[in-house]
Structures are given as structure tokens and as C-alpha cells.
Design a protein around this ligand. Structure first.
Ligand code: DNO
Length: 348
């Protein structure tokens, strides 16, 4: 396993030298952030990223994410141009040392929560999704924006996108995903890159928009669209795990044994009876997921991909990007390193 940490570039309040001091830290997960979805990433930006990480004693070898343009997800006639740019981006990131590309196929919005700073009993804050708050939200009316979202849409554009997705529906989204994968996976194969789709977060339709990367049945279907190791998964325990019907350790074991997990996002969630959930500390005892069983499944299947501690709470007075502070993610990395060491030694 290769331990990694997400870094949002020079503007990130978390600095590379701090990441470097987390024990066992190896890889930086990053992206070129000043380019709109669908455009080709300047080589100069990639060179700089590679150099900055190397100077800090780290390796830039995972991209999260190369965004997929909405026209690709919608199957619009303009998609071929955007797919050509995507293919070029895969070639370019490979040239600068990247081995794994994380992306998602969620319509319009990336991950969704209803509150980003919910105080816990210990005074820390975390991201939560409360169903009663969700019912009151309308992205077409409220000026809703979350850190992972593309904030550049006008209200009118957003409405048109919603209408277009209503036409496409789930099966249309599957067809468009297949078309995309058939075009990009051969390019990834040729340059030694593993594509790793991130599950939908949360893994069910939201605001009436279809979502398909949600459960074991659909992950099987996805991997079958192009049966190549380069068509793989980012297995995000928190995203899949907030649907109680997903048995996360079993999914990890199955897809890791198949060699189809290239990137693990590991975090815990506390699921509430009405389908709401709270992000919590990584420790198993704090949430609904058994972190030991997840790590054991990886170790026993010989997992050698990338791992990153996912979202942390805000603790010790830190301020910054919700979910992406230094302290709690560093604690997460230390805890995960401990679980890996114990499972590896037990395995002998
Ligand atoms: C949330 C992240 C996601 C992820 C994208 C991948 O914190 O895990 O935003 O980066 O969905 O494309």
C-alpha cells in the first residue's frame, strides 16, 4: 500500500512540508485547479506540481480529479472534443509521473452534505447529511454551493442541466459512461495509468439527478463495461458506507482480490436511523464502519494501490477547507498505518 494525502496546491492552507512530516507519507494526490473542466492541462503546471512535491520529499503520482465535462455525461454531440481533451490529459499526467487518475461520473454536483461545520460533543466540527435539512434544499433556488462543486453555473444553466439529465436518466448515463470508458481506457492502458472512478457520494439519486456508481451490482456492471485493469475503482468507504445496504469490507475484499481497486479513500461515517449520516473520526468505535475489517480485507488480498485518509473533522482550532484540514487527516493516516502494520504482521 502506498500512503497518500490530498493537497489542493499552493493555495491549500496545508503545506507540503507538513504533509511530509506525517509518518509513512509517500504520495501527493493533487490536480491542476486553474483550468476549467474539459480543457487540457498545461504541461508547465504539471511540471511545477511534480517539482514541488519532489522538493518536499514526496511523489506526485495520483491525480484527483480530472473532471469529466457535463457534455460527456449527457452524451451531447460536443462530447468527442471533450473526450479528446481528456485523453490528452491522461497522456500528459502520465508524462509527469502519474499512475492513477481518480474521477467521478456524478451529474452536476460532486459530494453533497447539508452542513459542513456541525459541532460534535467533543467540540470538533464535521460534515453531515441530515435528511430533514436535505428535503428543504433546492439547488435551483438556494444559492447552494459546496467545496467540491463547480460554482461557475448560472441559475438558468443549472436548470437546463437538470432538464437534460431528466431526459438522459439512469440508463442514458450508463450508455454515456460506457462510451467514455471505451474511449479513455485504451489510452490509460497505453500510458500505464489506472483509471479509478469515485463512487457517488451519497450513493443514491439526489435533487432528482440520477446516480449510478452506488452499490455492488452497479460496480460489477461498471467494471464489465471495459474489462481491463485500467478500468478500476476509487473505493471510498465513507461514500459507499453511508448506504447501510453496502457491506463495505466485503466489497473491498471482492474488488481488491480482482485487482480492480487502485485507490482507497478511507474514512468512517456514523449512520443514523433515518438515512442521515455524520462524518466522524476514523476510529472504528466512532462510527458505523469497521476499519479493521476494511484494512484486513486489503492486506489479505495483497492490495498494493494508493490509500488516503479521507475527510477529517476540524479539530484543535484549525480552520480551512471543510473535510480537508491537516490534523484529523494526519491522525487518520497514523491510525490506518497502525492497522496496516498489525494486519501485515498477523498475516506473517
Ligand atoms: C470528496 C472527494 C470527491 C472526489 C471526487 C472524485 O471529498 O472524495 O470530491 O475527489 O468525487 O472525482
Amino acid at each position: 500500500m502506498k500512503m497518500s494525502f490530498r493537497w489542493y496546491g499552493p493555495d491549500d492552507p496545508v503545506k507540503l512540508w507538513q504533509i511530509r512530516q506525517i509518518p509513512g507519507m509517500r504520495s501527493v494526490v493533487s490536480a491542476v485547479y486553474d483550468v476549467r473542466p474539459g480543457e487540457v492541462w498545461p504541461e508547465e503546471s504539471l511540471r511545477r506540481l511534480q517539482e514541488q512535491c519532489a522538493e518536499a520529499g514526496l511523489v506526485f503520482d495520483v491525480v484527483e480529479s480530472i473532471p469529466v465535462h457535463e457534455d460527456i455525461k449527457l452524451g451531447r454531440p460536443t462530447r468527442d472534443g471533450y473526450i479528446a481533451s481528456y485523453q490528452e490529459n491522461i497522456r500528459r499526467v502520465a508524462k509527469y509521473g502519474v499512475k492513477c487518475v481518480c474521477y467521478n461520473f456524478m451529474p452536476v454536483f460532486d459530494w453533497t452534505r447539508t452542513q459542513l461545520d456541525r459541532p460534535g460533543a467533543d467540540g470538533s466540527t464535521s460534515l453531515v447529511m441530515y435528511m430533514d435539512q436535505l428535503r428543504g434544499l433546492d439547488p435551483l433556488k438556494d444559492g447552494l454551493s459546496l467545496p467540491g462543486w463547480d460554482a461557475s453555473y448560472e441559475k438558468g444553466e443549472m436548470r437546463a442541466l437538470f432538464e437534460a439529465y431528466a431526459q438522459v436518466g439512469e440508463e442514458g448515463l450508463w450508455r454515456n459512461l460506457a462510451y467514455f470508458l471505451r474511449a479513455v481506457v485504451p489510452v490509460a492502458e497505453a500510458c500505464g495509468v489506472k483509471m479509478a472512478i469515485h463512487p457517488d457520494d451519497p450513493p443514491y439519486p439526489i435533487f432528482g439527478l440520477p446516480r449510478i456508481v452506488t452499490c455492488e451490482r452497479n460496480l460489477d456492471r461498471l467494471l464489465g463495461l471495459v474489462d481491463s485493469p485500467a478500468n478500476g475503482l476509487t473505493l471510498c468507504t465513507g461514500s459507499l458506507g453511508c448506504a447501510a445496504s453496502n457491506d463495505v469490507p466485503a466489497m473491498v475484499r471482492k474488488y481488491s482480490a480482482m485487482g480492480r481497486i487502485h485507490f482507497m479513500h478511507i474514512r468512517n461515517v456514523l449512520n443514523l436511523p433515518d438515512g442521515s449520516f455524520e462524518e466522524c473520526a476514523h476510529l472504528s468505535a466512532c462510527g458505523s464502519l469497521d476499519m479493521y475489517e476494511i484494512v484486513r480485507a486489503l492486506v489479505e488480498t495483497g492490495f498494493d494501490g494508493y490509500v488516503r485518509p479521507d475527510h477529517g473533522r476540524m479539530i484543535w482550532g484549525e480552520t480551512g477547507k471543510p473535510g480537508y484540514g491537516l490534523y484529523d487527516r494526519a491522525l487518520g493516516a497514523a491510525y490506518l498505518n497502525g492497522l496496516f502494520e498489525a494486519c501485515e504482521k498477523a498475516r506473517g
